[in-house]
Design a protein around this ligand. Sequence first.
Ligand SMILES: NC(=O)c1ccc[n+]([C@@H]2O[C@H](COP(=O)([O-])OP(=O)(O)OC[C@H]3O[C@@H](n4cnc5c(N)ncnc54)[C@H](OP(=O)(O)O)[C@@H]3O)[C@@H](O)[C@H]2O)c1
Length: 509
Amino acid sequence: MAQLTPGLDAAVAEPPKSPPCVIVLFGITGDLAARKIVPALYNLARQGLLDERTAVLGVGRREITSEQLRQRLGEALRAGSGKRPVDEKVWSDLSERIEYVIAHADRADQYDELAERVAELDADIGAGGNRLHYVATSPEAFDAVVENIGQAGMHRPGAEGAFARLVVEKPFGSDLSSAQALNATIAERFDERDVFRIDHYLGKETVQNILVLRFANAVFDPLLNNRFVERVEITTAEGEGMEGRRGRYYDRTGALRDMVQNHMLQLLALVTMERPECIGCEPVRDRKVELLRAVRPPTGQDVAARTVRGQYEAGDGACDYREEEGVAPDSQTETYAAVRLGIDNDRWRGVGFYLRTGKRLARKAAHIVVVFRREASGPFTDEACDLRSPNRLVIRLYPDEGISLVFDAKVPGMRPLLRPVRMDFPYEAAFDGGSPEAYEHLLLDALRGEPLSFIRSDEVEAAWRIIDPIKIQWNKTGLPTLNRYASGSWGPAESDGLLGDAYTHWQSP
Ligand SMILES: NC(=O)c1ccc[n+]([C@@H]2O[C@H](COP(=O)([O-])OP(=O)(O)OC[C@H]3O[C@@H](n4cnc5c(N)ncnc54)[C@H](OP(=O)(O)O)[C@@H]3O)[C@@H](O)[C@H]2O)c1
C-alpha cells in the first residue's frame, strides 16, 4: 500500500537527539541489559540519536572487569543483530563509554562510591549533571536500589538545571500493596514527572498507533462505543515456555500478573479510553486512569464464571511446565489466563471485554479484535449473509503488524449473496524500513523526559485494583480449576466457554 502523502517524510523534522547524560544501569550483568537495553543504546548511537557525551555506568554483583563486561555485551549484540551486521566503529565508540562497578542492593556503603564515580564520569564526559538511573535488577531489589540511590544523594541532578530521572523495569509490585509501597519509596526521592515505569508494549509502534488510529482519523472512533460494538477480544499468545532461568520468577508470578496486569490492561485502556485534549503525556495518562478505574473485574462468586486458568503440560516436543527449571513439581501457577471484564461508563456499559494470554500456545501472536453488532433486521435476508461473521476491526501487534477491517461485500454474480472480505493495512509494506525496537523508543523518551509511553503511579495502582480481587479469589477457593492444556494448543478448551452462547471460539485475525 502506498503512502498517500509521500511528501510527509520530508516535512517531519529529524527525530531529536538525546541530551548528554550519565546512565547508571543497575542490573547490567543481566539478560535484559544484554538482549534489549544495550542493543537499544547501540541502535540509537548508530542512528545518531544518542549524544556522544553519554556514558553508561553499569552496576552488578558479579566479580568481573569492565573489559569483560564490554566483551560480553558485544557478543550479545552481535548474536542478536540478525541480518544487519553490527557497525563495529559505532559499538567501539559506545563500549568505550561503558564502565562496570559492583554494588549490592543492600550495601548502602557501595552506593557512596558509586555516587563518586558518577560525578567523575560526568566531569570526564561533559554530561552537564544529567543522570538517568535505570533499575533493571531482579524485582526483589528494586526497593533497596531506589532507597540507596536516595541515601547516596544520587536522586539529585549533578548541576543546576540538569535532571535526575528514574526508570523502573517491570514488574511494578506483585499486588496493590507492594506497588503502593514501591511508589511511596520512589515518591520520597523523585518527583513523579521524573519517574518512568516501563511497560515495553507502550514502546511498540503498533501500540502507539492505536491513539493515531482512534484520534487522528474521522472514521473509527465514532464507532467505538456500546451502540456499535458488541465485544472486544485481546489476545497475547506466546509460543515459548520457561526459557533459561525464567521459571524461578514466573512460578511466583503467573500469567495474570505477568501479562494481564500490565500489557493487556494497557492495550484495553488505549482502545477504550476517552479522547484526550492533546497527545501530551498527562491528558493521555489521565484518560487511561479514568478508564482503568471504570473497569469492573469479576469479584466473589463471579470469578469462577468469568475467568479461566490453565497450565501447560507436555506436547509438541516441549516438557510439562512442572518439569521446567525453577518450577515447583506441584505448581499451581497459571501459564494461561482468560478473563471477561466490563467497563462501567456510558460509552462501554454492556460490552464484553475478553482478554486471554498464555505460554506455549500454538504460536506467538498478539491482536485486538473489535467485533461490531450486526443489524438485527437489515434489508438483506439471512440466507444472503454469513451471520457468523460480523464486521470486525482487527489491530495486529504480532506477527504481520497492521490493521484490517472485515466487512461484507457482494459476491459477483446474479445471486444476492454477501460474504466477508478484508481490507488490509500492513504496517511494514506501507512504510519503508522496519520499526525501531520498543526499547529504542523508550530509552530515547526517558532520556528526553517524555513520559507518555510510561506508566504513572496512579495508573499502576488502578491496574492492580482490577487484578487483586481475581487473584485473591483464585487463592481462596481454588476456582476456577487449573485446567491443564497441551503445549502447542490454543490453551484450555474451557476458555471458549467464557465467550457466551453466541460465540464458540476466540477470534483469529
Ligand atoms: N520489560 C520486560 O518485558 C522485561 C523482560 C524481561 C525482564 N524484565 C525485567 O528486567 C529485570 C531484569 O531482568 P533480567 O532478565 O535481566 O534478570 P537477570 O538476568 O536475572 O539479571 C538480574 C540483574 O540484577 C542484578 N541483581 C539481582 N539481584 C541484585 C541485588 N540484590 N543487588 C544488586 N544487583 C542485583 C544481577 O546482578 P548479578 O547477575 O551480577 O548478580 C543482574 O544484573 C527484571 O526486573 C525483569 O522482571 C522486563
